[in-house]
Design a protein around this ligand. Structure first.
Ligand code: DHB
Ligand code: FE
Length: 290
């Protein structure tokens, strides 16, 4: 049985990738932000995951408006990045874990989640920037990966409640995986931000703080929101909170908060990183229906 060692929520802002490429870890405007990841590295050194299930939202590199799956899972031996036009260096490919991918896909479809299965999948900054933040070092690839992409580009979007149920189903799928793997869940995106329109630059610290608190102890609270509520409270792109909800729901009912760092702003975005540990290192069964 796979063991879920815990979950990490992190922002994925492209300018972070540029700062990493330039080595600005100790730069006055970046030091506090990057220091927020040091406890995350310590925790990862302790828990030693073999594989990361990375829940992220593609921004148009792999999927575009012509074909937009609500939920998609990669089932490839590796995942390539390409130039998205942000001025980020193209990341070296990330190793996949096709066996775990197919197990997740089979389990989720049996669990009534009609997943788009991708035997080829480009991964964008929402995947590559968190990987570089969590496992720094050029082309260092210490974990295998399974990308799970959630649509935030083309309305209608899956509701927070639906995303919570997807996370629960991912937790069940991992619990039934018959290999002794140590799995970390990573949810990328957020927190509050809006990149365009009259509210460009919008940040809502109060709402972000509430989400940070609820995601630990009462994540189901967040399922009361509609997509329109999330956009109003956290900005058009703040809806990326959905990835945090999926990650959290996969962890089970009880988690310990190991680390939280909240940093405002990075570019026009409220940035945060959280580490949540499962009790006894296992998903303790979040089977309650909503
Ligand atoms: C930006 C892009 C993102 O995808 C995001 O989540 C936050 C910020 C940006 O362009 O600054
Ligand atoms: Fe984004």
């Amino acid at each position: 049985m796979a063991k879920i060692v815990g979950g990490i929520a992190t922002s994925h802002i492209p300018s972070i990738g540029k700062a990493i490429a330039r080595g600005l870890y100790d730069d006055a405007s970046w030091k506090d932000f990057f220091d927020g990841y040091k406890p995350v590295h310590q925790w990862l050194d302790q828990v030693q995951p073999d594989v990361a299930v990375v829940i992220y939202n593609d921004h148009g590199l792999n999927f575009f408006l012509d074909k937009m799956p609500t939920f998609a899972i990669g089932a490839a031996p590796e995942y390539r990045n390409e130039d998205e036009g942000w001025g980020l260096p193209v990341a070296a490919p990330f190793p996949g874990d096709p066996e775990l991918s197919w197990h997740l896909i089979e389990s989720l479809v049996a669990d009534e989640f009609d997943i788009t299965m991708c035997q080829e999948m480009l991964v964008d900054h929402a995947f590559t920037v968190p990987m570089a933040l969590l496992w720094p070092g050029k082309n260092r690839r210490p974990v295998r990966t399974v990308p799970v992409s959630i649509n935030t580009v083309q309305i209608p979007l899956a509701t927070p409640a639906r995303c919570f149920k997807l996370g629960q189903a991912i937790g069940r799928a991992l619990a039934s995986f018959n290999k002794n793997e140590r799995v970390v869940l990573v949810g990328t995106g957020g927190l509050s931000h809006q990149l365009d329109g009259t509210r460009a630059g919008f940040i809502n610290k109060k709402f972000d703080r509430m989400c940070i608190e609820k995601i630990v102890k009462d994540p189901q609270f967040l399922t009361r929101f509609s997509i329109a509520d999330l956009i109003r409270e956290s900005g058009a792109q703040g809806v990326e909170l959905l990835m945090w909800i999926v990650m959290r729901a996969a962890l089970g009912d009880q988690v310990s908060e190991i680390h939280t760092s909240y940093h405002v702003p990075v570019s026009n975005t409220a940035a945060a990183v959280m580490v949540l540990e499962t009790q006894n290192g296992v998903n303790n069964g979040s089977t309650d229906p909503l």
